[in-house]
Design a protein around this ligand. Structure first.
Ligand code: ZN
Length: 539
């Protein structure tokens, strides 16, 4: 008689490959799936009744900013409660290593909790990953090396870099890849990554390629200059031979409707031999650092310089003028376009400290409450928060998101920060996607819009990202795979967070297992931390 640790009985298995669901039991032993089939015989220490429910691989979120959150609290509450069992941090150019004399590059990771509690006792990727491993983590966690962090570590905070700085960045990057980083990320609209010439990025991508790492890029533009930005990224891949992942690729407001064109560009590049794929956010509202609403010239030299410029009335007037005239053409966030067009009701304040009472309120309302012109409100809030605040803004269309899901190489992501509903991180109430992006994708695109199937959404959230990031034995339910599993009711699963009240647990999820251990059951975190730290193979 077979003996199992856990036997999941009677569910509909959606296995992550895109194949149609089938009725099957799933048996788990020593962390892995050991049998999948109808009416499995055998004894199990624990039986989970999944009748009437979907049994799917846990979601694999390859684009997160959970670097600080996981270092502070390995419970990964926001992720695991929405069914995520693996995440990759270090995206958009920001990782918590390497750390040089100026301290870590925090950018959008900076908030009151992080500034108060994060005291890195590491400087390298090895140190960071060891920290996660020692503290324990509830989900599997991998990380990329941030280009902005490399730049900060070598003191390259402005335009270009010296040959010596580039050499130092290449060696720090190589060291991090040897330590197990999965690859390189850039944030080319964010300071200081935005000040890099393409040659600098190519040089770093070459190092990444030598180690077989992946290059994930938040490109220079997602709005008017999106297509040239994709061309730049493809050129980096052509020149370096690196595996390219274009991060959160949906067209911004001035290009709504162009998803088919973007897919075509990527498909053509793939036929020409470029190893390119992309991931997408699933909600029309995005989120990033408040300071990225400033023109790039205002961010040069770091936060202190930005604050000085914000105190200078002439420079402040110039910033306003630049945004009004050029929108996101000044670099920085594409959501500057919403300031340019005066759509202050499509922008909301996110994490902040001094202005906590305004969190989740629209810029239109905050300006009214503060009795300020909206531009001045943004600039004053930046000053009061010492440039450490985030915001939300509408920057995508659901039609485009749905069409992008049609690409065979497209992964769904949260782009989340990994904060928590409990413990010290609970103060940092952030964008709703942190709490329920995958439940949103199923509710919205499968149940409400009916534009795709559950099998497809699961495939793009599991099998596709696992294959892309070389996570063998994850992302599918099959014999031999790690037992990362989410069990949910397909008619009930839903996000509940809103912009005004984001920190709401999703509903409809019965259980979440990581490496064969139950981490969430009936909405409760069991305290288990069975996650593995995922190091690049050979790292
Ligand atoms: Zn990004």
């Amino acid at each position: 008689m077979a003996r199992y640790d856990i036997l999941i009985r009677g569910g509909e298995v959606v296995d992550g490959t895109g194949s149609p669901r089938r009725r099957a039991d799933v048996a788990i032993r020593a962390g892995r799936v050991v049998a999948v089939g109808l009416d499995l015989a055998g004894e199990a220490t624990r039986i989970l009744d999944a009748r009437g429910k979907i049994v799917a691989p846990g979601f694999i979120d390859v684009h997160t900013h959970s670097d600080a959150a996981l270092a502070l609290d390995g419970d990964a509450q926001c992720a695991i409660r929405q069914g995520i069992t693996t995440n990759v941090a270090g995206n958009c150019g920001v990782s918590l290593f390497p750390i040089g004399p100026d301290g870590p590059e925090l950018n959008f990771l900076a908030n009151a909790t992080v500034r108060e509690h994060l005291r890195p006792d590491w400087t390298t990727a090895a140190g960071y990953l060891d920290h996660l491993e020692q503290e324990g983590v509830s989900i599997n966690a991998g990380v990329l090396t941030g280009h902005g962090s490399l730049r900060r570590a070598v003191g390259a905070q402005g335009r270009g870099c010296t040959a010596a700085q580039l050499a130092q960045m290449k060696s720090l990057l190589a060291e991090s890849l040897e330590d197990g980083s999965l690859g390189l990320s850039t944030g080319l609209t964010y300071a200081p990554g935005c000040y890099a010439e393409p040659e600098e990025v190519v040089a770093l991508a070459q190092v990444t390629a030598q180690y077989g790492g992946i290059y994930a890029t938040h490109m220079r533009s997602y709005d008017a200059a999106l297509v040239p930005a994709i061309e730049e990224a493809l050129d980096v891949a052509r020149q370096s031979g690196v595996t390219l992942q274009i991060s959160h690729l949906t067209p911004g407001p001035s290009l709504y409707g162009s998803a088919p064109r973007l897919l075509k560009i990527l498909e053509e590049a793939r036929t020409q031999g470029v190893d390119v794929a992309c991931d997408i956010n699933v909600q029309p509202t995005g989120s990033t650092s408040l300071r990225s609403l400033c023109p790039l010239w205002a961010l040069e030299g770091g936060n202190e310089r930005l604050l000085e410029r914000l105190r200078d009335p002439a420079l402040r007037a110039r910033m306003r003028q630049d945004i009004l005239e050029k929108g996101s053409g000044t670099g920085g966030s594409m959501m500057q376009a919403l300031m340019q067009s005066g759509e202050w009701d499509k922008l909301w304040l996110g994490t902040c400290k001094v202005n906590y009472a305004y969190r989740g309120k629209s810029f239109a309302e905050i300006a009214r409450l503060r009795g300020e012109d909206p531009f001045d409100m943004v600039f004053n809030v930046l000053l009061e928060e010492e440039a450490s605040a985030t915001f939300f803004g509408v920057n995508k269309s659901e039609d485009d998101i749905e069409k992008m899901m049609g690409g065979s190489f497209v992964s769904l992501i949260t782009d989340g920060m990994g904060w928590s509903q409990v413990g010290p991180l609970a103060k940092e109430i952030d964008h709703p996607r942190n709490y329920g992006a995958y439940p949103w994708a199923i509710r919205r695109y499968v149940r409400e819009r009916r534009g795709t199937t559950l099998e497809e959404v699961i495939h793009h959230s599991t099998g596709v990202p696992a294959a892309r990031f070389g996570l063998t034995d994850r992302g599918e339910i099959r014999e031999g795979a790690w037992a990362d599993i989410v069990i949910f009711d397909e008619n009930e699963i839903a996000d509940r967070g809103t912009v005004a009240d984001p920190a709401q647990d999703p509903v409809g999820i019965a259980a979440v297992l990581v490496n064969g251990e139950i981490v969430v059951e009936n909405g409760k975190h069991t305290g288990a931390r069975p996650g593995q730290v995922l190091r690049r193979k050979g790292g």
